[in-house]
Ligand binder design. Structure first.
Ligand code: KDG
Length: 323
């Protein structure tokens, strides 16, 4: 993942305290990933390292935390790629609607050459991507009406991440899309300032959005990854052995986090339905119309993402699909 970045060999492991911030709550699968990473640090450093985790945007939202890494005042963040496209525009490729068909494809892209290609762009922004974790497939919740066809989006006030591709996608679907930081979503739903939001089941569950929403429509309109980012300013102060421990333990955390995300996903869906959320699927013919409606988003954002980035992603997916 970071072959070109490793410092000169050293057997030195220093005493370190690493702060990692998350926008999601601790009972999100990120909690299991962070605990697995901490245990890995403990084993590999003989207890020399301490991992202090912060939850529910306690150290700021994704973009604020990522900027703290860039200024060297915080070590680590687990952030969605979407809110930080202003720092690395190519990350917008992951926001394109209906890009991935399933988790298998997402893992193959993120853990393969394409994921490395994107990770190699991060040091220029003073960031190191240690691993990709799973945010997941995103579905729409709202309190106005079930969405069973394209027309049902019309006029709905939907919060989207602060990201031009998501904004365009949901405006194209006919909603009154409102960019907003993750930490503000619950209260905006509670006060009725917005009708809805879109996130994976585990986030809808663990951030308790179901308490202030009525409907969940299975749109699966995008898959967003998490990035486990580290400050390059601080990375450069670590020995090669310590840098390798960061990578190995973020990958160990990845495998635990993804497994927890996929296991909890179905449990979260059952829990939010039990709590009263009315859940609906969208029939194939209507989904085709929704897919068709947002295809123009790819072309409109090619310039900002990078045409070569989109072409590389599409070639990678074609290879994975055996096309
Ligand atoms: O840190 C939490 C956010 O990165 C994540 O939940 C992003 O999906 C996201 C959203 O809706 O903001």
């Amino acid at each position: 993942m970071v072959a070109g970045l490793l410092a000169p060999a050293s057997a030195e492991i220093s005493k370190r305290t690493i702060r990692v911030s998350n926008g999601v709550a601790e009972d999100h699968p990120n909690g299991e990933g962070v605990r697995a990473m901490a245990q890995c640090f403990d084993e590999k450093t003989g207890g020399e390292w301490t991992l202090n985790a912060f939850w529910s945007s306690a150290l700021g939202d994704d973009l604020q935390a990522t900027q703290a890494l860039r200024s060297g005042t915080q070590e680590m963040v687990v952030t969605s790629s979407s809110p930080i496209v202003g720092i690395v525009p190519a990350l917008g490729v992951f926001d394109l609607p209906f890009l991935f068909a399933n988790e298998k494809e997402a893992d193959a892209v993120l853990d393969g050459e394409f994921g490395q290609y994107i990770s190699d762009m991060m040091p220029a922004a003073n960031l190191v991507n240690l691993a990709y974790w799973e945010n997941g497939f995103r579905n729409l919740t709202n309190s106005a009406r079930p969405v069973t066809k394209l027309e049902d989006f019309s006029g709905m006030r939907v919060r989207v991440m602060q990201n031009n591709v998501f904004l365009d996608t949901f405006q194209t679907l006919g909603t009154n899309a409102t960019p907003m930081a993750f930490g503000e979503v619950f209260s905006a739903l509670e006060t009725g300032a917005i009708d809805g939001q879109e996130n994976p089941y585990v986030t809808i569950d663990t951030s308790k959005f179901y308490e202030v929403q009525k409907y969940l429509s299975n749109t699966r309109h995008a898959y967003t990854p998490f990035m486990v980012l580290f400050s390059k300013t601080i990375w450069d102060q670590y020995s090669e052995e310590e840098q390798q421990i960061l990578v190995d333990c973020a990958v160990a955390g990845r495998d635990v986090q993804r497994e927890a995300s996929r296991k909890l996903s179905e449990e979260s869906l059952a829990r939010v339905e039990e709590a009263g959320l009315e859940v609906n699927d969208i029939d194939t013919a209507e989904m085709e119309k929704i897919h068709e409606a947002v295809q123009g988003v790819y072309e409109r954002h090619a310039e900002e993402i990078g045409p070569e980035v989109i072409e590389k992603m599409q070639a990678t997916l074609a290879e994975i699909r055996g096309e």
